[in-house]
Design a protein around this ligand. Structure first.
Ligand SMILES: *[C@@H]1O[C@H](CO)[C@@H](O)[C@H](O)[C@H]1NC(C)=O
Ligand SMILES: *[C@@H]1O[C@H](CO)[C@@H](O)[C@H](O)[C@H]1NC(C)=O
Ligand SMILES: *[C@@H]1O[C@H](CO)[C@@H](O)[C@H](O)[C@H]1NC(C)=O
Ligand SMILES: *[C@@H]1O[C@H](CO)[C@@H](O)[C@H](O)[C@H]1NC(C)=O
Ligand SMILES: *[C@@H]1O[C@H](CO)[C@@H](O)[C@H](O)[C@H]1NC(C)=O
Ligand SMILES: *[C@@H]1O[C@H](CO)[C@@H](O)[C@H](O)[C@H]1NC(C)=O
Length: 423
């Protein structure tokens, strides 16, 4: 509970005059600072530092800014004194880039805002900065701000066209340069792979270049797949997603297809198709047979082999060879030629079209008769006049309502024969 808000106002007034007595302790002033300030490389940054007296008037006797870094220890870099004004005692680099932002820096002025300006940020400015107020009668107070110097990286990703093979190779790379601190890079790809990262400090610019190589076994199926490089950095609100398309060069992978497998003597519209996957595209298709030359009735048209017509000479094994810039792939297919069409054979062996029609007509007439019988029964059944109802009710079968078809008829039949069930 807040003590001040719980006390009556008159009591507060009584307490106030006591404050100067406590003035000797540091608690009566407060130095307001930020824990962390982010600045961009090459840009200006302000390190806020403000004196907040706690209900007592204080005179500033001195303000000192100290910089601590891991190597060179603590040094005083900026000072304000009521009679001597401002000064920048450090002899190191960067003195000319420092300034107090306060409008009233003249000796004797009230100096409560000690915010420090650092121009043209460098990497070496990254350090802890302490702002120290010496006051009278408020005593001393200080605070520390960590200044982090950031730089937004520029990123790009690219893929390399590689030849397929059994050993892993670098298929893509992602480069993020000019980042401070170094960017974090990760890959996502549907195919299993590994990434190898290198990190280099850019001499003179206080930034880092991170390069990540995506390494995979270059399989043919990786060709055309996407891989995404994700770059994460403090200066980016959202990770940068850079997409690359992987490219693998591979020999043609060949298969032979046909519309159907019904090869009979005299068939006029028959062909074989040579299907090839490759990168780059195939440059030529070459049809031959296991015995060498093509039958006289076969005509090759690029990827297609057309038969005009099918005869006994087609009863052989065909080979399709596909060539691209990398090499040649091939496939074979054996054709079994028959005397007559297998479609004719199968219908002759089972049922003729006429027989099938006769059976269908017979089934429909039986169902129709059953339908009429059921409809009549339904008319005698009171309380269920809904003609569109399709539900089975105990003791009363549904009607052939609007939209009822063969399926309904079959259901009706099943319901009439089997036990009646509610749905
Ligand atoms: C200190 O001065 C700077 C520059 O005039 C100003 O932006 C900042 O708001 C001041 N801080 C406070 C706490 O008044
Ligand atoms: C510490 O400061 C010195 C001098 O300003 C600078 O050369 C050095 O790079 C700094 N070290 C770190 C870790 O920032
Ligand atoms: C700043 O101070 C913190 C805590 O004392 C320390 O962990 C950090 O390394 C310091 N950073 C720099 C840049 O000196
Ligand atoms: C097609 O392949 C056959 C058998 O491999 C070969 O003898 C013939 O020269 C090839 N023709 C062409 C045009 O490449
Ligand atoms: C067709 O070729 C097969 C071998 O693929 C052979 O067994 C069969 O006897 C041949 N048929 C005729 C009619 O030549
Ligand atoms: C035909 O292809 C099969 C595999 O699809 C292969 O095993 C066979 O050796 C091939 N035959 C010829 C003559 O190329």
């Amino acid at each position: 509970m807040d003590l001040a808000s719980s006390l009556p106002f008159s009591l507060l007034l009584l307490l106030l005059p006591l404050s100067p007595c406590l003035g000797a302790t540091p608690q009566s002033i407060h130095v307001k600072m930020l824990a962390v300030v982010h600045g961009l490389l090459g840009k200006d940054v302000q390190l806020p530092c403000h004196l907040v007296p706690k209900g007592v008037e204080v005179q500033v006797s001195q303000v000192t800014w100290l910089r601590q870094n891991q190597t060179s220890g603590t040094m005083s870099i900026a000072v304000y004194h009521p009679t001597h004004g401002v000064g920048f005692p450090s002899t190191g680099p960067g003195v000319e880039r420092l300034a107090f932002v306060s409008q009233s820096q003249d000796p004797g002025s009230e100096f409560h805002n000690a915010t420090l300006l650092i121009r043209d940020l460098r990497g070496e400015d990254e350090a802890n900065y302490t702002c120290e107020f010496a006051t009278f009668p408020g005593g001393n107070g200080k605070g520390t701000t960590l200044l982090r110097v950031l730089a937004e990286p520029k990123s790009h990703a690219e893929s390399y066209e590689v030849a397929s093979g059994p050993d892993p190779v670098t298929m893509a790379s992602c480069v993020s340069s000019g980042g401070r601190p170094p960017a974090r890079i990760s890959w996502s790809s549907l195919l299993a792979g590994q990434s190898h990262e290198t990190r280099t400090a850019e001499p003179g610019s206080d930034t880092f270049t991170v390069t990540s190589h995506l390494t995979q076994v270059p399989m043919a199926r990786a060709n055309g797949e996407k891989a995404i490089c994700k770059v994460e950095h403090e200066t980016l609100r959202e990770p940068a997603l850079l997409s690359v398309t992987l490219a693998v060069r591979y020999c043609p992978e060949v298969s032979i297809s046909s519309h159907d497998d019904d090869w009979y003597v005299g068939r006029t519209e028959a062909s074989l198709n040579c299907d090839a996957q490759s990168n780059p595209e195939p440059t030529s298709y070459n049809w031959s047979t296991i015995s060498g030359s093509l039958p006289s009735t076969a005509v090759s048209q690029g990827a297609m082999l057309i038969f005009h017509p099918v005869d006994w000479s087609v009863n052989t094994t065909f080979i399709c060879q596909v060539t691209n810039a990398l090499g040649t792939g091939w496939a074979n297919r054996t054709i079994h030629v028959k005397e007559t069409s297998s479609a004719k054979e199968s219908s002759a062996a089972s049922l003729s079209t006429g027989q099938v029609v006769a059976i269908v007509v017979g089934v429909i007439s039986v169902l129709s008769i059953l339908g009429v019988f059921l409809w009549k029964r339904k008319s005698l059944c009171p309380g269920h006049q809904d003609r569109s109802a399709t539900q089975v009710r105990r003791g009363c079968l549904f009607s052939f309502g609007a939209g009822s078809g063969l399926r309904d008829s079959v259901e009706a039949l099943a319901a009439a024969l089997g036990p009646v069930q509610g749905r």
